[in-house]
Ligand binder design. Structure first.
Ligand code: NAG
Ligand code: NAG
Ligand code: NAG
Ligand code: NAG
Length: 253
């Protein structure tokens, strides 16, 4: 019966190693923008920061823009004077992390831009919008609109703020203000507020236990299979030898 226990350990070890490796998956890097707006105007300055697991300056960071590796290897990537070609999606990775999710940056042309931190929000999150002027020229008498209706009017330019978003705050927003005597409007931006997120899909301990159990059963099963096969084979061999021997015996008579 030794063969089964000789077979089991490697299989079981492999399974434990696989599940342990899965549990200690390296974390994902995170790209953040500073200032936080994902929509900027030409000539704005924005810094992309790659947050890994280390607090120390990491000079082995990889950055991708639109899927192509770019030369910056520092943990922050400065776009000093944004141009249209800086638009697109960014992703980073440190030596201790998996690649981050994609982060979008849009560089727009115009006098006034409605800025947001993101386009899609969850219910209960805060929404902050900023009416931003080209080269930060002074902007007066700013109004914010949703679906064509004025929502807020402020004398000096102040941000538009919703502290607890509901689905009803979804809609098409724009802002308008005076730069000197010029009455300038932004293009509109569709803000989407989604209902509560579905159940989490991260593995629970129940699932881990289930996988381990499945793995163990599989290992026992495999072990049994080989054990049976080997025994059967030796049984057959014994039987054949026995038969040959008997034949020889009978011939010898
Ligand atoms: C990246 O993609 C965006 C959007 O498709 C495009 O506007 C931009 O010019 C691209 N930039 C580069 C350098 O590929
Ligand atoms: C946000 O609004 C919802 C629905 O109106 C309410 O149930 C919830 O308590 C509010 N949350 C906060 C933090 O104010
Ligand atoms: C959203 O709008 C609908 C209809 O306009 C209204 O019945 C509902 O109470 C609103 N919900 C919230 C959270 O304001
Ligand atoms: C800007 O123009 C709109 C019409 O296009 C007008 O209704 C609004 O009052 C003007 N804003 C200011 C601050 O003058």
């Amino acid at each position: 019966c030794g063969s089964m226990w000789q077979l089991l350990p490697p299989t079981a070890l492999l399974l434990v190693a696989v599940s342990a490796g899965w549990q200690s998956d390296p974390p994902k890097a995170v790209v953040s923008l500073d200032p936080p707006w994902y929509r900027v105007l030409e000539r704005d300055s924005v810094t992309l920061k790659c947050q890994g697991t280390s607090i120390l300056e990491d000079n082995s960071v990889q950055w991708w823009h639109n899927g192509s590796l770019i030369s910056s290897q520092s943990s922050s990537y400065l776009i000093g004077m944004a141009r249209a070609k800086d638009s697109g999606v960014y992703r980073c990775k440190t030596h201790l992390t998996k690649p981050s999710d994609l982060v979008r940056l849009e560089v727009h042309v115009g006098w006034v831009l409605l800025q947001a931190v993101q386009q899609v929000f969850q219910e209960g999150e805060k929404i902050q919008l900023q009416c931003h002027s080209w080269k930060d020229k002074p902007l007066h008498k700013v109004s914010y609109f949703r679906n064509g209706r004025a929502k807020q009017f402020s004398h000096p330019n102040r941000n538009f703020y919703i502290s607890n978003a509901t689905r009803n705050d979804s809609g098409s927003y724009f802002c308008r203000g005076l730069i000197g005597k010029r009455n300038e409007s932004s293009t509109s931006l569709n803000i989407i507020v989604q209902g509560p997120a579905g159940p989490s899909i991260s593995p629970s301990w129940h699932q881990v236990f289930f996988y381990l159990l499945t793995g163990l059963l599989f290992a026992v099963d495999t072990g049994l299979y080989f054990f049976m096969q080997r025994n059967l084979r030796s049984l057959m061999e014994d039987w054949r030898n026995h038969k040959v021997k008997r034949n020889q015996d009978s011939q010898g008579k």
